[in-house]
Design a binder for this molecule. Structure first.
Ligand code: DC
Length: 222
């Protein structure tokens, strides 16, 4: 049976950085499910569909194929055969992903795909509902969080490094809004699974978080 690690938590908690490191250490596949929601969101944006229009979003789902591949340890996301990795990290796509991931048809489609991947491959999958809904049988479940202020500051520094001017206040406000959306939607909201280990990374280094997860995995494999 495949070994699955479910990693959930709010936006900006450092899930992808941590998951990539853990995957590398264990030679597991890393699956970033947020990227899948973002790829679908890109399709909706290109089609000019309003995020409030559930009927149109649901109908559009039938025209979308999201696939993943792993190249040199990096996940690549394909939207109907087109590699969209470089196009999905914008604020606009993120907002559309948060707004459209509330719909049943969108979630159904991606959940099915995620479960298929986890059936046969040892992997670490990050998202919002992995431990609670997608992989309730995952051998290790982590809920990774950090305070809004810390998440905002990390994002602020990241953007500054890229030469993007932004205000820390606005970033924190966006994070609060995203939390609100992800935690309060009706279907599969973000929450800690009962059997998930809570890691608050506010005062921890990446190394410390990675080591804590590796220890949990080792304990399960013993
Ligand atoms: O992790 P991210 O910022 O790339 O995710 C973008 C949005 O996708 C997030 O705000 C909510 C949605 N999402 C989800 O609903 N379920 C997941 N498992 C992953 C992401």
């Amino acid at each position: 049976m495949a070994f699955n690690i479910a990693l959930d938590g709010p936006a900006g908690a450092g899930k992808s950085t941590i998951a990539k490191r853990v995957a590398k250490e264990l030679s597991y596949i890393y699956v970033d499910t947020g990227a899948m929601y973002r790829a679908m969101a890109l399709f909706f944006l290109r089609e000019g569909i309003a995020p409030e229009n559930e009927a149109a979003i649901s109908a559009a789902c039938q025209k979308i194929a999201v696939t993943l591949s792993n190249e040199k340890g990096e996940q690549q996301v394909f939207l109907n055969g087109e590699n969209v990795n470089g196009l999905i990290r914008t604020e606009e796509v993120g907002k559309m992903a948060a707004a459209t991931s509330i719909y049943n048809k969108v979630r159904e489609k991606l959940t099915q795909l995620q479960r298929e991947m986890a059936r046969t491959a040892d992997l670490i999958m990050d998202g919002r509902d992995i431990g609670t809904c997608v992989l309730p049988e995952a051998q290790v479940k982590i809920y990774l969080t950090a305070s809004v202020e810390i998440r905002g500051k990390r994002r602020f520094l990241e953007l500054q490094e890229k030469g993007v001017t932004c205000s820390l206040e606005k970033i924190c406000e966006d994070i609060r809004l995203r939390d609100e959306q992800d935690m309060n939607r009706e279907i599969s909201p973000l929450r800690q699974a009962e059997d998930a280990v809570l890691i608050d990374s506010s005062l921890m280094s990446i190394e410390e978080v990675v080591n804590e997860i590796l220890t949990l995995v080792e304990e399960k494999l013993e």
